[in-house]
Design a binder for this molecule. Structure first.
Ligand code: APR
Ligand code: ZN
Ligand code: ZN
Length: 361
């Protein structure tokens, strides 16, 4: 049986997105059919629409989602119908060299669901990040579903599927922030804001928020920043050093994705400190650094992919903290919207008022 439901399609490069009827087949071996409850609007969806990721239009957008498993295919043991799940980008294999070396984020053999969803005329759809959750139902690999506490708010839970996990994970997994550390976060949007929360969770003593937007600095304080630096008005590197006894931060998290902020992050860390790069640059971007500084400052430069998360380890743990009132995921949900309001949500991304718009179905 196939299911005809509504879904949000990016039909072609830079064309406005639209709601269409899509056809979602029943799950085959290893697959799960998920009734989507919520899905956050992420920059990556906008990049798909703009053709910045690949040209495999039409896309079925949406990838930051929580929902309920409706049915599962043959051989699925991970989840069963009725489970409340958060979706993740990739079902890792557990057997390749990357998985065996404890780095499943770099798995060579992810087995996401085959691209089997279509428009009603049979045109195949490319689901964003192998998910495609701006839709009433979606088909994913069972390994992309992580069961979490069904009592958690779906809007909050879904955020762990992308940006918020990327930020929290940048601090706790990639940066390995420890008790008493000083942490600077450059760029305090959804991802940087989550990194601030992650740093607090990990026991950081100082969390310095850096942004060029006054409103983001105010939000950052609400999320747990102990100090703020307006980098349009002061040199952020000097300010971070001053706030850390002249040394620089133990961990600096870059959550913008621009050359100037990459460079600031590099110089704002303490000798032997760690720089975590979460912001995604464009292919043209370059920085130039004296090799002696690269050598002489020691420490580590790490990029953070999906917060180096292990969904089955991290999603339930973070939901547990949320349920205990120790992690305010609701703070990221600026507004809830309907499926036909995604184009407006893309527009609002640039105004700086929104951490996350979340589609509720
Ligand atoms: N210095 C400091 N902050 C800056 C600068 C700058 N030069 N330029 C922009 N910012 C701030 C913005 O004011 C905003 O608060 O960076 C923040 C970016 O936030 P969002 O646009 O909400 O983006 P977000 O979803 O947080 O993603 C940030 O991480 O995962 C990546 O692809 C993502 O590259 C993007 C980055
Ligand atoms: Zn995303
Ligand atoms: Zn693998």
């Amino acid at each position: 049986m196939a299911h005809e439901v509504r879904g949000v399609i990016a039909p072609g490069k830079n064309e406005p997105v639209r709601v269409e009827t899509i056809v979602v087949p029943d799950p085959g071996p290893g697959e799960a059919l998920v009734r989507v409850r919520t899905c956050g609007v992420c920059h990556t969806d906008l990049h798909y629409k703009q053709g910045g990721i690949n040209d495999e239009f039409p896309f079925l957008l949406g990838h930051e989602a929580a929902g309920v498993v409706e049915s599962v295919g043959e051989g699925v043991t991970e989840v069963e119908p009725g489970d409340f799940v958060v979706l993740n980008w990739r079902a890792v294999c557990g057997q390749c060299r990357a998985c065996l070396r404890g780095r499943p984020q770099y798995c060579f053999a992810t087995h996401n669901a085959k691209q089997r969803m279509t428009l009603t005329d049979g045109t195949p759809l490319s689901p964003a990040l192998g998910i495609g959750a701006f839709a009433e139902k979606t088909l994913v690999a069972a390994g992309q579903c992580t069961k979490v506490d069904p009592a958690a708010s779906p809007a909050a839970a879904g955020l762990l599927g992308c940006g918020v996990m990327a930020g929290i994970g940048a601090a706790i997994n990639t940066g390995q922030v420890g008790r008493g550390d000083s942490v600077a976060v450059i760029g305090c949007g959804g991802v940087g804001g989550a990194a601030i929360m992650g740093a607090r969770l990990a026991g950081a003593a100082r969390v310095i928020a850096v942004d060029i937007d006054e409103r983001k600095l105010a939000t950052a304080q609400g999320l747990g920043a102990t100090h703020t630096v307006h980098s349009g008005q002061t040199d952020p590197v000097a300010a971070i050093r001053e706030l850390t006894g002249g040394f620089g931060a133990d961990v600096v998290i870059e959550a913008v994705g621009r050359p100037e902020t990459y460079e600031q992050a590099f110089y704002a860390r303490d000798l032997a400190g760690t720089v975590v790069l979460v912001g995604v640059p464009t292919p043209e971007m370059r920085i130039e650094l004296p090799l002696l500084d690269v050598f002489g400052r020691g420490g580590a430069l790490k990029s953070s992919w999906y917060g180096d998360c292990l969904p089955s380890r991290d999603f339930p743990m973070l939901i547990d903290l949320y349920q205990q009132g120790r992690l305010d995921l609701d703070a990221f949900v600026t507004e809830t919207i309907a499926l036909d309001q995604i184009e407006e949500a893309f527009d609002r991304m640039h105004t700086g008022e929104v951490l996350r718009s979340v589609v509720v179905l």
